[in-house]
Design a protein around this ligand. Structure first.
Ligand code: HEM
Ligand SMILES: *[C@@H]1O[C@H](CO)[C@@H](O)[C@H](O)[C@H]1NC(C)=O
Ligand SMILES: CC(=O)N[C@H]1CO[C@H](CO)[C@@H](O)[C@@H]1O
Length: 310
């Protein structure tokens, strides 16, 4: 009931303010007049890329997360290192980030159609949204109008959660950015897509008592970069990830802790039993994440090339 009321209130707010998001300055129809082709270009390019390689959905969703958690959603994750600056990209925490070429394709097309209008940060946010949809997840819209940032430093990646975090540490880190415990668990559900490398979970192999530890050990026998899917359906956006946690088959410490900890177990159980509930909470949390410290106006720029500041 409370949720329903909140929803009505939010909808009311959107209508009254002409689809703008409070003080954030972002809006749903930001490119309606300046670049109406922006949304279809993103959608078509993501669709084509995923038809070639369905595993790229995971890459695009993770890229948006890393972008937003470091310095806000400002495209900083895309910037290349230069001789004077080591960028976020070259942090070990960026291990195996993928999908840069999809963003480049979109940007190239949009620079032809409407030069200097669509920010790289918005492209990453829209691409993640469309990747979720094409992988079978919920359809939702996000506000646009983010500007690109001009800072990308390797040392800022310390602001990403670590795979060895326990539930308390995850709740704390996400809480510092305004996310509830429930938001955090829903967002972790993005691990319904993709894989982790052995180097991200080899700390768990010492738990030899668990049957699943043997599976992980087997994966790791192929080396540090060997891949373990988070759930049984790595390219489908569904609630199998939560079922895996309930079965004690969480890949990262930060995954399994969500079921093991009394602070989050009920939420995991609810999502494992009710995919629609997970989808609803996930899309709300993604909209929230997509607005993290969004820069507007003169606080940022629209990069011509997503790899470097103008
Ligand atoms: C809760 C804290 C989180 C931690 C500790 C964490 C950590 C990780 C790690 C270590 C990997 C594997 C990297 C590798 O070994 O190659 C990974 C993969 C991934 N993460 Fe997270 N993550 C978290 C939350 C999120 C969120 C909020 C999202 C998006 C909304 C996300 C999306 C993904 C995706 C889609 C993959 C698979 C990437 C691929 O297959 O290419 N993660 N994450
Ligand atoms: C979680 O990790 C923190 C930091 O390492 C530690 O202080 C805390 O006791 C841990 N909590 C639990 C429940 O294990
Ligand atoms: C895609 C990308 O740029 N990945 C980089 C992540 O960081 C490592 C260093 O830890 C680089 O070698 C990768 O190129």
């Amino acid at each position: 009931m409370a949720n329903l009321l909140t929803m009505f209130f939010v909808m009311e707010m959107i209508v009254v303010s002409g689809f703008s998001f409070g003080a954030s300055g972002l809006s749903m129809n930001y490119y309606l007049l300046s670049c109406p082709i922006a949304e279809p270009v993103v959608k078509n390019t993501v669709n084509t890329a995923l038809q070639d390689d369905p595993t790229l959905a995971a890459g695009l969703v993770r890229m948006h997360f890393h972008d937003c958690f470091i310095e806000g959603c400002d495209g900083s994750v895309l910037i290349d290192s230069t001789k004077d600056n080591t960028a976020e990209k070259d942090s070990p925490a960026n291990l195996s980030l993928r999908g840069y070429e999809v963003i480049d394709d979109i940007k190239e097309e949009l620079e032809k159609q409407c030069p200097g209008v669509v920010s790289c940060a918005d492209i990453v946010a829209m691409a993640a949204r469309d990747a979720v949809f094409f992988a079978g997840g919920p359809v939702y819209d996000i506000p646009k109008g983010r500007k690109d940032g001009t800072r990308s430093k390797i040392e800022d990646t310390i602001n990403l959660p670590a795979p060895i975090f326990n539930a308390s540490e995850l709740i704390k880190m996400f809480g510092q950015r305004g996310f509830s415990t429930r938001d955090m668990v829903a967002l972790s559900g993005a691990h319904t897509l993709g894989v982790a490398r052995c180097s991200s979970f080899k700390n768990r192999l010492t738990q030899v008592d668990s049957e699943f530890a043997k599976t992980l050990s087997k994966t790791c026998s192929a080396g540090d970069t060997a891949e373990q899917p988070f759930d049984s359906t790595r390219s489908d956006f569904d609630n199998q990830y939560f079922n895996a946690l309930v079965s004690n088959n969480g890949v990262l410490t930060s995954d399994q802790t969500l079921y093991n900890s009394p602070q989050t177990r009920n939420i995991v159980n609810a999502y494992a039993m009710n995919q629609a509930l997970f989808f609803l909470d996930f899309q709300q949390a993604m909209v929230k994440m997509s607005m993290l410290d969004a820069k507007q106006g003169s606080k940022g720029e629209v990069r011509k090339n997503c790899h470097q500041i103008n």
